[in-house]
Write a protein that binds this ligand. Structure first.
Ligand SMILES: C[S@@+](CC[C@H](N)C(=O)[O-])C[C@H]1O[C@@H](n2cnc3c(N)ncnc32)[C@H](O)[C@@H]1O
Length: 526
């Protein structure tokens, strides 16, 4: 872990042929761990139309891609190949798994001299992976040194969500983080079960291997998974998109658009970190964006920190919709409802609602033909025309094309979508309110007050609780704005001539005013 002088990392990088701007350094950052710094004595100015300054350029052959890892492992004789499942075509592992397995091998503390030699001395990545962060170890080490310095444990960056305890995870119930996090941990634990026995099988054949060599812990596995997830980027590899960890550039931290001063540039030969038009002053940290469209809990899930949404000027929630019906059939995996708040204005992207706002009366039907093997065939019937095997966004487009131009029903369809969404968002609000984390945070605050008043010494506050509570409050705020916007839209729609005509024709009570408008339920308008 990041314990040594970061200048070693730069020397390692230069040895690998990585080109580094003379004023670039790696240093500790308040953002957690290490970061890239510009340390020149003059401000680095990059103009819009001028060639941008390259800060770091990493040749393709140094990038940790599955292909490079496989090629590289050939120089290890036969030890590493079985772990990467090389030469076993029917057991070939994914790109992500290849990189993850290589990291685990490079990071594991082997005892047997032969393994130690391969993993550390002959491994040209050993010096680099040594600087990769280790949230749990970091916390243990820091906690130890803090016992001596008696500063607060809650000042430390909290561990990323895959490191949270079951108790901490359960407090995230109701937030958009909860279900992807639970699913991820289920996946990791089933992967680990298979992987740990493969690991044992591979290394117990090595001369002199002991129990420490053949045992791999779940903690190590979760750490390697987090390292891959938080450092990997998508790269064109040949004609396809692949994955790779780009050494050194992977030390760039994230910031909001206002502070971002660099970006990646991918060429046929290298991946570069280049400055953006503007200025980088001496001692500035070089900051990139991990993705402008990522939601708050997505960033938390993958990288382990909460973005400063005020600074970012936006807040977004991405919630996976589990309807167990039409959406499940058409999408396979439930789709994601996206909500964005920018400068107080809320917008959403829930196009898949088109699949739910049609009824048999509109000559719309989704049916399933169960096959003996494999996933069922899904047929979508639109006004007598049957589309077979059209899934996901393509199905939504087909429905929009067929019904979107129906001027008379336009408002009715929209009202149905608004009502469904309103029901969902209200449900999610209730889920958010249900969990007891708030009580525990309030209890913590109460304890802090008692401590301030000198009425005893209490256990440290759990920083994860604070993160979850902030996420909960932010998501609640977004949903509230969505509900307000839906309410306004609903008011307009129930007064629309076409909706009133439709309801009259359905022999329903016209829902034109006040209370009546409130009473329109999804099923009624359907
Ligand atoms: C690609 S790495 C960046 C280098 C990292 N700081 C290190 O020491 O290895 C991504 C990780 O850096 C940390 N990080 C990046 N940007 C951050 C930010 N704005 N706030 C807090 N932590 C951040 C998070 O731990 C994240 O998972």
């Amino acid at each position: 872990m990041a314990q040594s002088d970061p200048s070693i990392l730069l020397s390692w990088a230069q040895l690998q042929g990585i080109e580094i701007h003379k004023s670039v350094q790696i240093n500790s950052t308040p953002h957690a761990g290490l970061g890239i710094y510009y340390t020149g004595s003059d401000t680095l100015v990059t103009l819009e139309d001028a060639k941008q300054s390259t800060l770091i350029s990493v040749p393709r052959n140094v990038i940790l891609t599955a292909e490079n890892v496989r090629t590289f492992s050939l120089s290890y004789g036969t030890t590493l190949r079985p772990l990467l499942r090389i030469g076993e075509d029917d057991e070939r592992v994914s790109e992500r798994a290849t990189i993850l397995r290589f990291l685990l091998f490079s990071l594991h503390e082997f005892v047997a001299p032969k393994l130690q030699k391969i993993a550390k001395e002959s491994n040209c990545y050993a010096a680099y992976v040594d600087f990769m962060p280790s949230p749990l170890l970091q916390r243990k080490d820091d906690a130890h040194s803090q016992l001596e310095s008696s500063s607060s444990l809650s000042d430390l960056p909290p561990p990323p969500p895959t490191f949270w305890t079951p108790g901490q995870i359960s407090k995230a119930a109701g937030t958009s983080l909860y279900s992807p996090l639970s699913a991820k941990l289920r996946l990791l634990s089933s992967e680990f079960e298979q992987f740990s026995s493969q690991w044992r099988e591979v290394f117990e054949k090595v001369d002199g291997a002991g129990e420490k060599d053949v045992e791999i812990s779940f903690e190590e596995y979760v750490r390697a998974d987090w390292l891959v997830a938080s450092r990997v980027m998508e790269l064109p590899i040949g004609d396809e998109l692949g994955l790779g960890i780009v050494p050194l550039i992977d030390f760039a931290n994230h910031s909001t658009p206002f502070h971002v001063n660099a970006r990646y540039e991918i060429t046929d030969d290298a991946v570069k970190l280049v400055s953006l038009p503007g200025q980088i002053a001496p001692e500035d940290e070089v900051l990139i964006s991990y993705g402008p469209n990522k939601g708050t809990s997505e960033i938390l899930f993958t990288y382990g920190f909460l973005i400063d949404s005020e600074d970012a000027g936006c807040e977004s929630v991405k919630m996976r919709v589990r309807d167990g019906g039409v959406l499940q059939l058409v999408y396979g995996r439930p789709p994601v409802a996206e909500f964005d708040v920018r400068e107080g204005e809320v917008t959403w992207d829930c196009e898949f609602l088109w699949l739910l706002c049609m009824t048999e009366e509109d000559e719309f039907e989704v049916s399933v033909a169960q096959k003996v093997e494999g996933p069922p065939d899904v047929d979508i019937s639109i006004r007598g025309r049957t589309l077979s095997g059209v899934r996901g966004q393509a199905a939504v487009e087909a429905v929009k094309e067929a019904y979107g131009s129906d001027e008379k029903m336009k408002d009715v369809f929209e009202l149905r979508r608004v009502l469904i969404l309103e029901k969902w968002v209200s449900g999610w609000m209730e889920d958010l309110a249900r969990v007891e984390v708030r009580e525990s945070v309030e209890a913590d605050e109460h304890i802090a007050e008692l401590e301030d008043e000198g009425k005893g010494s209490w256990k440290e506050k759990d920083p994860v609780d604070g993160i979850i509570e902030t996420l909960r409050q932010r998501e609640e705020r977004v949903y509230l704005l969505v509900l307000q916007a839906l309410e306004n839209r609903k008011k307009d729609l129930v007064e629309s001539v076409d909706v009133l005509a439709y309801l009259a024709a359905q022999d329903e009570k016209p829902a034109a005013e006040g209370e009546a408008a409130e009473a329109v339920e999804t099923d009624e308008i359907r």
